[in-house]
Design a protein around this ligand. Structure first.
Ligand SMILES: NC(=O)c1ccc[n+]([C@@H]2O[C@H](COP(=O)([O-])OP(=O)(O)OC[C@H]3O[C@@H](n4cnc5c(N)ncnc54)[C@H](OP(=O)(O)O)[C@@H]3O)[C@@H](O)[C@H]2O)c1
Length: 326
């Protein structure tokens, strides 16, 4: 496949390495500033660069959006309206209104759209769900997972700036919420969240407790001002599963009584290749959405994060654009 990448920040290195590693080409890069985009293109051996998404998308098979959260909706809808399939970084957008707009645009233009929630494609999760489906830990009753790192406070940066929809929930809290969704396969019935706000009113640290069907619980956390354990535990009535670095996991441990078993599923490249393969597969089958990260999956995740944001009082400038926002 021939790809356009939109944005040329930190994460694009992973995408380029994985795409090229599976024989795809990155042929164009779009940025806000032609000079910066051109420097990036030259450094990375990318043919075309510039600011105009539509010119750059000519002749590509799909685009990968890797801009700050506040920019996902604009870039994605522009491309979808012109029939360019899109893989857009997580979260698909800032709030439910934006995600709905993106999904509506994909439907109207008959064009593929998928959120780049790469964790959902990692091979280790096939093993983990297999253990659970075989009843090896009994019914899962508690998920304990967190993802957080201590980033310097830089008010203008993507992580901290409310205008760019910064904060820990949208950036990393989405991973433990995704894990709970993967395991429980339904939406929580009760949610409670507490927060430490940054000086600019984004969530530096969030602690969440969620209750699912049959009183199954999840204790989840996210932070951009604190290093958290960054691992996950799935506890059932007769055993438990530990997943180190669960958002990019390559191994898991199953414990039953005094017995502990390890499963290893190393990435072929860096882990991004599985979602890129998924886009290729969906396009070759003529699908507009992926069964692994469906539109409903992204819609229900953003509804959940809107709900959590309303509890912790995090409101972004973009929330008041258009309709009612959060
Ligand atoms: N899947 C993962 O593991 C993973 C990991 C990290 C991040 N992400 C996601 O990837 C996306 C990008 O993250 P990143 O860490 O790569 O970001 P980053 O390093 O801050 O880069 C952001 C890029 O977007 C461009 N941009 C466009 N509009 C912008 C605006 N209004 N303000 C600032 N920059 C703007 C920047 O271009 P300029 O040169 O013009 O500033 C830059 O190229 C986010 O959605 C994030 O959640 C995913």
């Amino acid at each position: 496949m021939r790809w356009l990448i939109v944005g040329h920040g930190k994460i694009t290195a992973n995408f380029i390495e994985a795409a090229r590693g599976i024989g795809h080409e990155v042929v164009a890069v779009a940025g806000r500033n032609s000079e910066r985009a051109s420097t990036f293109a030259n450094k990375n051996g990318i043919e075309k660069s510039g600011e105009d998404l539509l010119i750059l998308s000519e002749g590509v098979d799909a685009a990968y959006i890797a801009t700050p959260h506040s920019e996902h909706c604009n870039g994605t809808t522009t491309l979808l309206e012109n029939g360019v399939p899109v893989l857009c970084e997580k979260p698909l957008a800032v709030n439910h209104r934006q995600v709905e707009q993106m999904v509506d645009t994909a439907k109207e233009s008959n064009t593929f759209l998928m959120e780049a929630m790469w964790t959902r494609h990692l091979p280790i999760y096939e093993e983990i769900t297999d253990w659970i489906n075989k009843g090896l830990i009994g019914e899962p009753k508690l998920i304990d997972a967190s993802l957080g790192f201590n980033a310097p406070y830089e008010p203008e940066s993507r992580l901290w700036n409310p205008k760019l929809a910064g904060g820990s929930l949208l950036d990393v809290g989405i991973y433990p919420l995704t894990l709970a969704d993967l395991i429980y396969e339904n939406s929580p019935e009760n949610i409670s969240a507490l927060v430490e706000l940054s000086p600019d009113g984004v969530d530096a640290h969030v602690a969440m407790t969620l209750q699912y069907q049959n009183s199954a619980l999840a204790k989840l956390g996210s932070a951009i001002n604190l290093s958290l354990p960054n691992s996950a535990l799935i506890l059932g009535e007769s055993g438990f599963i530990e997943i180190p670095n669960f958002w990019c996991a390559q191994k898991a441990f199953l414990s039953q009584g005094s017995e502990k078993r390890e499963s290893l599923r190393p990435h072929d490249i860096n882990g991004f290749e599985y979602q890129i393969h998924e886009v290729e597969k969906c396009l070759s089958e003529g699908l507009m959405q992926s069964p692994k990260v469906s539109w409903e999956c992204s819609l229900s995740m953003i509804r959940l994060m809107d709900n959590i944001r309303s509890q912790i009082g995090v409101i972004y400038p973009v929330d008041s654009e258009g309709h009612d926002g959060v």
